[in-house]
Design a protein around this ligand. Sequence first.
Ligand SMILES: Nc1ncnc2c1ncn2[C@@H]1O[C@H](COP(=O)(O)OP(=O)(O)OP(=O)(O)O)[C@@H](O)[C@H]1O
Ligand SMILES: [Mg+2]
Length: 206
Amino acid sequence: MFISFEGIDGSGKSVQARLCVDYLAARYKTVHCFDPGHTVIGNAVRKILLNREHSEMNARTELLLYAAARSQLVTQVILPVLKEGGIVVSDRFYDSTTAYQGYGRELPLDLIRQLNRIGAHELIPDLTFIIDTDPETAAARIGDADRLESESAAFKIRVRDGYRRIAEQEPERCRLIDGNRNIEEIHTDIRNIIDRKLVQIPGKHT
Ligand SMILES: Nc1ncnc2c1ncn2[C@@H]1O[C@H](COP(=O)(O)OP(=O)(O)OP(=O)(O)O)[C@@H](O)[C@H]1O
Ligand SMILES: [Mg+2]
């Protein structure tokens, strides 16, 4: 089983992914990974993406770099674990590209879908949790100083709305989780959904 966690910055993805990994690791071989990152090549690409000196980077270059990092993560980490019957929990995956580069930066969504398939080697998560948190609440959690700046606020709203559209379009895979609640309540919801999914997967029912 392959599970991804999605949501705007500060929505609570990483906290929930960690709790999910702790829950699953007691029963299954579980690998926790990060997109972009996790591999040597992925981390090198992540450094290029996060370098504040790279202000000249255009939106398509950014798009291709995310896809490149993901391709390496899929072949080097995710597919081998899934082949062995393990579970992979990824902090972000291609829905981040659709939400940020597609809805946020407004690059053509049809091109992004194709690139997502290339970067993910056609792999599709079995379950994607979209942690839907109010942008103000999320910004306050991470002490984001520029949350009042209008351009970045508008961008965050587009990204959040984009995630909601993704959840509407693929309701079986993508579960919209109300991220404005406390950590335990959110985790309980996620655990229940995972338990129901595990029952459906042959060999995973214990
Ligand atoms: N439900 C919650 N209620 C209150 N605080 C939370 C909740 N979930 C996470 N936090 C706190 O908010 C901060 C951001 O959470 P987290 O790192 O999980 O977000 P994230 O979505 O992974 O953010 P980023 O995209 O920046 O990596 C952390 O300090 C975390 O402890
Ligand atoms: Mg995080």
